[in-house]
Design a protein around this ligand. Structure first.
Ligand code: IPD
Ligand code: CA
Ligand code: CA
Length: 266
């Protein structure tokens, strides 16, 4: 698999950030037993990872814009390109010593995502995709799962929590989805959830209240793996509506319909 120079830059940045996160993840496991807990330490780890990604990407393409979860938006002199970065997706997992977290990097060109990298340093799984070039897990070409009916499917989701999201609306969605599928999973890192859809591990995924940095790289992975994604209204405004529903062509449609069913009368 030949990667473009730009994708190589993104991979290098993600792997370098991953090294830093791996060191800090080891320390987090020691800090679990301290009274103060690892909270502040994890924020530091997160900022450090973003700085590494930022410096690597900006060194390679100094004119591009940069949107990072921690540092916010930096306008580039080049109006066409923007990096979209979540240095640590799955912070709560990381904080609790659960090895399901990743660095997510996407490249947007004139409003379209053209490349994406998602790297989980704990499992050494590197997901990459470029427009027109396919999606890969390390060197293996990815394809979304081929299941055709929801009753065979394992579906991922995000669950709102204290102070976040619309709990009542999510419970209605879950009530409908769980009654139709073989299993529901909440794994805690949206970027990896989307990468898992691309890899055919999850048949589908839906979540509300996501930010562009949670989704951008995952969306191109799914597209390049032959999958489909929309917002929760069926449109393509995932960033604006902060929602996503994904799967293969049939499962994406079915999941969209089921998750939009109205509140049951009893
Ligand atoms: C979170 C994770 C989680 C999702 C949340 C995100 P963070 O990102 O992706 O799975 O449910 O909505 O905010 O805070 O760990 O970068
Ligand atoms: Ca995130
Ligand atoms: Ca994050």
């Amino acid at each position: 698999m030949a990667r473009s120079a730009l994708l190589n830059v993104m991979v290098q940045a993600a792997v370098k950030a991953g090294k830093s996160l791996t060191r800090d993840f080891g320390e987090v496991q020691n800090l679990q037993v301290s009274v103060k807990g690892p909270g502040d330490f994890v924020s530091q780890a997160d900022f450090k990872a973003e700085k590494i990604v930022h410096d690597e990407l900006m060194k390679a393409r100094p004119t591009y814009g940069f949107l990072g979860e921690e540092g916010g938006e930096e306008k580039g002199t080049d109006g066409a390109h923007r990096w979209i970065v979540d240095p640590l997706d799955g912070t709560t997992n990381f904080l609790h010593g659960i090895p399901q977290f990743a660095t997510s990097i996407a490249l947007e060109r004139n409003g379209e995502i053209v490349a994406g990298v998602i790297f989980n340093p704990a499992t050494d799984e590197l997901f990459t995709a470029e427009k027109g070039g396919g999606a890969f897990l390390n060197d293996r070409r990815l394809r979304v799962a081929a299941r055709r009916v929801l009753s065979d499917c394992v579906i991922g989701c995000g669950v709102p929590h204290l102070g976040r999201g619309n709990h009542g609306k999510f419970l209605v969605e879950l009530r409908h989805v769980m009654g139709e599928v073989a299993g529901v999973r909440r794994m805690g890192a949206a970027a990896l959830d989307l990468a898992y859809v691309a890899a055919g591990r999850l048949d589908g995924f839906w979540e509300a209240e996501l930010h562009p940095w949670d989704m951008a790289a995952g969306l191109i992975l799914i597209k390049e793996a032959g999958g489909f994604a929309s917002d929760m209204k069926g449109g393509q405004n995932m960033f604006e509506t902060k929602t996503v529903v994904a799967g293969n062509e049939l499962i994406q449609k079915a999941l969209l319909e089921v998750s939009n069913r109205p509140v049951p009368s009893r």
